[in-house]
Ligand binder design. Structure first.
Ligand SMILES: Cc1cc2nc3c(=O)[nH]c(=O)nc-3n(C[C@H](O)[C@H](O)[C@H](O)COP(=O)(O)OP(=O)(O)OC[C@H]3O[C@@H](n4cnc5c(N)ncnc54)[C@H](O)[C@@H]3O)c2cc1C
Length: 459
């Protein structure tokens, strides 16, 4: 990148907010996926929407790629600046701007970390229910741009379901407002859902208004294990068919449970397929739902059935599963995880679990299955050796096989991580007739292709 551009960037944001230091470039070259890193030419740290507008205008005029950066916790290469250029970090735009208590809404900047928002909202007795498992690091801009989901998606949906309004800087630097703060709106096309999940390829989110919920009165949870895979599938389907509406319904297979046992000492889980269920509501309704759950699990031959009846106990339970990915990397520094993530219609849940298991033998590779099964979203961790490119190839075949299966039954190539770099090859298969429309929208909004180039589509 020409030094003239760096000088221009410094004029826009100030000398101290532009970096070409090697350590900073390295930090912004890689997300948490298996995709190869790429150093950007420069990292900028804007503080306002106006600064972002000027940066993007400059980049557009000079054909310079701009890749937005929240926390870099993506799992599909989404925030890697594959075409170099500018990595635009929102880390300094981390303010909650307004809590509209009576409308159950909050207006905030994109760099706010998800957990910080919920901590901030506690004093209002409000919360945002749809954050991902990475909520301790992921940012508001990142979770909106990826339309992240989390363990509570089964009851509350994904991040996009809670976005009311966005302020976005477009590829030509124009600042635009999308959406409204009314719960219902049919005012023109729904552009909000175009920008949600677009991974920074259509515009840069500089402000958001999100819907909130009152904190649930109480929480209860259940941990239950099964010896037989058919019993797990049947129990999940029966729970979903009852009037229970769990907030979370998570599955971990035997091999994932073994990893959980190695990674922490708080809980010693029985090494069998295990389901974690969390319920939100009043004590009275939850008491009734817990009885129903017990009946279903016993009927399906659960070998373990453990109840957690206070929010504190529930938090203890989930703590056993949090941080497993990072714990794995610490325990196995020579191994990588290819997270083959996909979504299927609910009726295919048992079949997907079985298919993912079979692939372990078919491709001779360790696979650790877990997922937000309550909404049909799975993560099959295909493990590969960093020293053996052939094992990465086998992991990619697992990804290919499971993704094709998901699409063939009416599901999707990705329920939450996004197309990014690793699922581009499935876009045409999943959307044969609407892919050209998507490409035209990209061309219309970003004719020079400067915004997060190299993602979602092949060049
Ligand atoms: C341990 C772990 C657990 C995870 N669990 C989940 C999970 O349960 N569910 C889930 O969905 N994901 C999960 N993820 C993946 C990841 O955390 C999410 O995809 C998250 O949305 C990324 O947020 P981020 O702030 O790190 O964004 P980044 O990775 O920095 O960026 C994400 C994408 O958004 C773009 N972007 C960032 N900020 C903006 C902005 N202001 N405007 C426009 N575009 C922007 C980037 O260019 C990129 O394309 C997990 C990751 C890890 C490491």
């Amino acid at each position: 990148m020409k030094s003239k551009i760096i000088l221009e960037l410094k004029k826009i944001v100030g000398e101290n907010y532009v970096s070409v230091e090697e350590s900073v470039l390295i930090r912004h070259s890689k997300d948490k996926s298996f995709h190869a890193p790429q150093l950007p030419d420069v990292v900028v740290f804007p503080k306002t929407t106006e600064e972002i507008s000027k940066i993007v205008k400059l980049a557009n005029a000079n054909d310079i790629p701009v890749t937005p950066w929240g926390a870099g916790s993506s799992l599909m290469g989404n925030s890697i600046p594959v075409k170099k250029g500018i990595s635009l970090s929102t880390v300094l735009m981390n303010q909650v701007l307004e809590v509209m208590e009576n409308s159950f809404q909050v207006r905030l900047q994109p760099g706010v970390v998800c957990d910080d928002l919920n901590e901030f909202l506690e004093s209002y007795k409000l919360f945002f229910p749809a954050f991902p498992g990475s909520s301790n690091m992921a940012t508001i801009g990142g979770v909106i741009a990826n339309n992240a989901g989390g363990m509570y998606a089964v009851k509350y949906g994904v991040v996009g379901n809670w976005v009311m309004e966005l302020q976005v800087v477009l590829a030509d630097g124009k600042i635009t407002k999308i959406g409204s703060r009314s719960i219902k709106s049919v005012s023109g096309y729904n552009l909000l859902n175009l920008f949600v999940g677009s991974s920074g390829t259509l515009g840069i989110i500089t402000e958001a208004v999100l819907k909130l919920l009152p904190l649930p009165q109480t929480k209860m949870a259940v941990l239950t294990s099964f010896k037989n895979l058919n019993d797990v599938g049947n129990a999940i389907m029966e729970i979903l068919a009852q009037d229970i509406k769990p907030a979370a319904l998570e599955h971990m297979d035997l091999d994932y449970v073994k990893l959980v046992n190695e990674a922490q000492t708080e809980f010693k889980l029985k090494e069998q397929d295990t389901i974690l269920i969390e319920l939100h509501g009043t004590e009275k309704t939850l008491d009734f739902q817990m009885k129903l759950l017990k009946r279903i699990c016993e009927k399906n031959n659960a070998s373990v059935y453990k109840e957690f009846r206070t929010p504190e106990e529930c938090n203890r339970l989930w703590a056993c599963r949090k941080g497993i990915r990072l714990a794995f990397y610490k325990m196995s520094p020579n191994m990588g995880i290819l997270s083959a993530e996909a979504g299927v219609p609910l009726s295919f849940i048992p079949q997907f679990i079985k298919k993912a298991k079979e692939l372990q033998t078919k491709f001779n590779i360790p696979i650790l299955n877990h997922g937000h099964v309550g909404d049909g979203n799975f993560h099959a961790w295909a493990l590969y050796s960093l020293d053996d490119p052939k094992s990465l190839k086998r992991a990619e075949m697992v990804n290919e096989y499971l993704t094709r299966f998901a699409i063939s039954v009416g599901g999707t190539a990705t329920g939450e991580h996004g197309i990014g770099l690793g699922k581009k090859q499935f876009l045409k298969l999943e959307h044969p007739t609407s892919l050209p429309i998507m490409k035209n929208i990209k061309k219309l909004l970003d004719p020079k292709g400067i915004l997060n180039p190299g993602k979602i589509f092949f060049d």
